[in-house]
Design a protein around this ligand. Structure first.
Ligand code: PLP
Length: 445
């Protein structure tokens, strides 16, 4: 066999964990298995109708656009941040890219510094640093502190070498925990960041999916050093459209310019029709507000129901305040699981998929120690369009209870019941029989 001259930094790198679980689930589905797809973190909701309409009317836009993005869109994004977060900023402070993931990669490429990742953290930050060859420091959150980064942890790390350039990624509402920070916690973290001159990358891609619509940006408390990352993928249900945004402070335009220079030599510019449609999304308005309110109500009710079920089986889990994830901890089941040969989160996720058809991701994919028995559940396997239409027809003050969830999100509730039964099946034969019963058919089947 010929030698394979792979760059050292990418040797041993495999497909991102989320993409891999999605492919494995699809393979099982092709083989005729009924799989609850709670692995990939994709919005269950359709793109809002006015945004789809805007894309339709701009389908013929065919020219390359400016590398930093369509000026009208940069203006709309800056206005959006002013409206939503009260931060100050203008079109010139905004960079548009083909997904915020790509922009994060460019940022790490152009900025020569260590990447600090509070864990549990989204799967791609660390591999990006590895590809580029940057040093990574992980700050591991504690379950007792809601998995959040504590200011003392950051302070301690920075104090070891106060002058080292660092990018600290803060992601909230969080993928994978669904948790967020209080305003006073954000202020404290901002204080540490300012003291050490940290470059803060605030990944607020789930900001609009705060379940009460009360997301607060840390850029309010550390405006001079915070880059706010957002995009269409989550709140607008348009992950496949590939559009991300970075909003920079004035003093960091040199970074924006360096990223734009690299972009000009790599992807040139973001898809033109998508950028025109994104202008409509970021301008917002009544229809988009209504869509977001309904989406938040559904995600909030479902998150609570998922946690209730898990807790009934003594699984520790933080109730989510945003996004569509929960991060349960199965450590109370360690003895029973070890007796079944399950000692790591990866084994837990694999056996759960193979024996129950419930696809989730292991905590190890989020930077946690392999033997910590945590999983990330993306509670998104339901028909979001139907659920939104049903909420639209209901009075605004009606709570979305079990009756609603049993009609619109049944598969997810069943998948939780099945997970619990599977755990208990080591103890009871009735539970084992129930695990073998088929799941309801999914929206996509
Ligand atoms: N940040 C977080 C926390 C995410 O969960 C994701 C996508 O799953 C991204 C960033 C990337 O989003 P985009 O589609 O804008 O590249």
């Amino acid at each position: 066999m010929k030698p394979q001259p792979l760059n050292l930094n990418v040797r041993g790198l495999s497909l991102s964990a989320t993409v891999a679980i999605n492919e494995q689930s699809l393979r099982l589905i092709r083989e005729g298995k009924n799989v609850a797809r709670l692995g990939l973190g994709q919005s269950p909701f359709p793109v809002p109708a006015p945004v789809v309409e805007a894309l339709r009317s701009n389908a013929s836009r065919k020219d390359y656009l400016a590398v930093a993005g369509l000026f009208e869109l940069r203006e709309a994004v800056a206005e959006y941040h002013r409206r939503r977060s009260g931060t100050i900023g203008a079109a010139e402070d905004v960079l548009i890219g083909p997904g915020s993931k790509e922009l994060m990669f460019l940022l790490q490429l152009v900025y020569y510094g260590e990447l600090v990742i509070p864990t549990p953290a989204w799967v791609s930050y660390a591999p990006q640093a590895q590809i580029i060859g940057r040093r990574v420091s992980m700050l591991h959150g504690r379950a007792e502190s809601g998995w959040r980064l504590e200011p003392g942890q950051l302070e301690e790390l920075c104090a070891e070498d106060p002058n080292r350039p660092r990018i600290v990624v803060l992601n909230y509402p969080s993928n994978p925990t669904g948790g967020t920070y209080t305003t006073s916690e954000l202020k404290e973290l901002a204080g540490v960041a300012r003291r050490f001159g940290i470059l803060l990358l605030s990944d607020e891609i789930y900001g609009e999916l705060h379940h009460c619509g009360e997301h607060v940006s840390i850029a309010n408390f550390y405006p001079e050093g915070t880059i706010v990352s957002s995009g269409l993928s989550k709140w607008c249900g348009a992950g496949g459209w590939r559009l991300g945004t970075f909003a920079f402070p004035r003093d960091l335009h040199w970074l924006l310019d360096a990223m734009a220079a690299v972009a000009s030599e790599t992807y040139t510019s973001t898809s033109a029709p998508i950028q025109y449609a994104a202008v409509r999304a970021f301008r917002g308005g009544m229809q988009i507000e209504r869509y977001l309110n309904h989406a938040r109500r559904i995600l909030s009710a479902l998150g609570k129901a998922v946690c209730q079920r898990l807790r009934r089986s003594e699984i520790d889990v933080l109730e989510p305040t945003g996004a569509f994830y929960v991060f349960p901890n199965f450590s109370r089941w360690r003895e029973e699981l070890e007796a079944r040969g399950i000692c790591t989160s990866e084994e837990l996720a694999q056996r759960l998929l193979a024996e129950t058809g419930v696809a989730v991701l292991p905590g190890s994919a989020f930077g946690r120690s392999p033997d910590e028995l945590t999983l990330r559940i993306a509670y998104v396997d339901f028909d979001g369009a139907k659920a939104l239409a049903a909420v639209e027809a209901m009075p605004a003050d009606r709570e979305l209870g079990e009756a609603f969830l049993n009609v619109h999100c049944l598969r997810i509730l069943e998948a939780m019941d099945r997970t619990c039964k599977w755990l208990e099946s080591g103890r009871s034969s009735t539970a084992a029989e129930e695990v073998a019963a088929p799941l309801s058919r999914g929206a996509a089947e």
